[in-house]
Design a protein around this ligand. Structure first.
Ligand code: OSB
Ligand code: MG
Length: 368
């Protein structure tokens, strides 16, 4: 397979309702899509970089720059026998995993299409359907939060995660637990606390959360190891884990008992697979995180979630929770049992709607 052409597009897609976390509020997603021409077949990837450097240092602007000026020059015209070879050719560029993942996942989609194989199978996936949870942003009131969670449970979702921040933590968790005593519930702080908040975080142990995600600094594995010793609730790391090496450090120091894998944060399917394998060998369960993806990134998340050790429900949910109209056909749908059936068509298994994508495109660059 040879990479012949790369088309970068930035689309603007308004969320059906604003999504708020401890680091900010998003109303319209700016999404960088990568369309790779591989021997005449189009493979699609999505960068998941944000509008602002608040979740990580990457943004749509940095991802575009790194793709155009470094990653494409390293990959263009090269002959590959498998998409798994691309990741190592990016080794000279430090970090910028979301930029890398956009191109890397596009090549995987193209390879699967060329081989006439579903991407999930090419990755070694073992599931026909995946188990779905929802991530519920910070709500204007506890009553609004309860109503929202009620609605998601009625739709079939199998676990709820709520975003927390200082001043919006114990009260919403207590209220939810009272209303839904048996709910599989977890919280995500997106790095909003410090080790000094340990006494407050210890109070969360009373609510039998399945995990607390990324309470402390985005790059602070050591403090999480100290905090985990003080908590009964398992810590799950998100922002801290960018590589197999970070995961090894976190596992060996006891900084977490669960890891969330995001394709963008770790750089694509190849590094995600290695991280998955490491966690499996250490008996650390993983689940697939979400970044408010369009259908393209969502489809890649579904394929990755079919790997064996993705044993907890992920933040992969239906298109309609995010978009009035998605950019793929069909849209991602969730069954009343809270699962997504893995598509059996070649590649990501959903068809990009080119006319709709073009109409949403604000910027475009073709690299050859
Ligand atoms: O921390 O998991 C996170 C969205 C944007 C940035 C970070 C996170 C999130 C989510 C949303 O929790 C997950 C989803 O796509 O539904
Ligand atoms: Mg998170």
């Amino acid at each position: 397979m040879r990479l012949r052409k790369l088309t970068l597009r930035e689309i603007h897609l308004p969320l059906v309702s604003p999504f708020e976390t401890s680091f900010g509020r998003t109303e319209i997603r700016r999404i960088l899509l990568a369309e790779a021409d591989v021997d005449g077949v189009s493979g699609w990837g999505e960068s998941t970089a944000g509008e602002n450097p608040f979740y990580s240092y990457e943004t749509v602007e940095t991802a575009w720059h790194i793709l155009r000026d470094y990653l494409w020059p390293a990959a263009r015209g090269r002959e590959f026998t498998s998409a798994s070879e691309l990741w190592d050719s990016f080794a000279g560029v430090r970090g910028h995993n979301m930029a890398k993942a956009a191109l890397e996942t596009a090549l995987w989609d193209a390879e699967a299409k060329l081989k006439n194989f579903p991407l999930a199978k090419l990755l070694g996936g073992v599931r026909e359907e995946i188990s779905c949870g929802v991530s519920v942003g910070i709500q204007p009131s506890v009553a609004a939060l309860i109503a929202k969670v009620e609605q998601e449970l009625a739709a079939g979702y199998r676990r709820a995660k709520i975003k927390i921040k200082p001043g919006y933590d114990l009260e919403p968790v207590r209220a939810l637990r009272e209303r839904f005593p048996r709910l599989r519930l977890m919280v995500d702080a997106n790095s909003a606390y410090t080790l000094g908040d340990a006494p407050l975080l210890q109070q969360l142990d009373a609510f039998f959360l399945i995990m607390i995600e990324q309470p402390l600094g985005w790059d602070d594995i050591f403090s999480h190891a100290q905090l985990q010793r003080l908590l009964q609730t398992p810590i799950c790391l998100d922002e801290c884990i960018h590589s197999v090496e970070h995961a090894r450090a976190a596992i060996e120091t006891g900084a977490c008992r669960i890891i969330n894998i995001k394709l963008g944060r770790v750089g694509g399917h190849t590094p995600a697979g290695r991280l998955h394998d490491l966690c499996r060998s250490k008996s650390i369960p993983v689940w697939c995180g979400g970044m408010l993806e369009s259908g393209i990134g969502r489809a890649h998340n579904i394929a990755m979630s079919t790997l064996e050790n993705f044993s907890l429900p992920g933040d992969v949910s239906a298109s309609r929770r995010y978009w009035a109209e998605d950019i793929i056909e069909p849209e991602v749908e969730v069954t009343p049992q809270g699962t997504i059936r893995v598509p059996s068509a070649p590649g990501i298994g959903y068809v990009p709607r080119i006319a709709r994508i073009e109409s949403l495109t604000r910027r475009r660059e073709v690299l050859v």
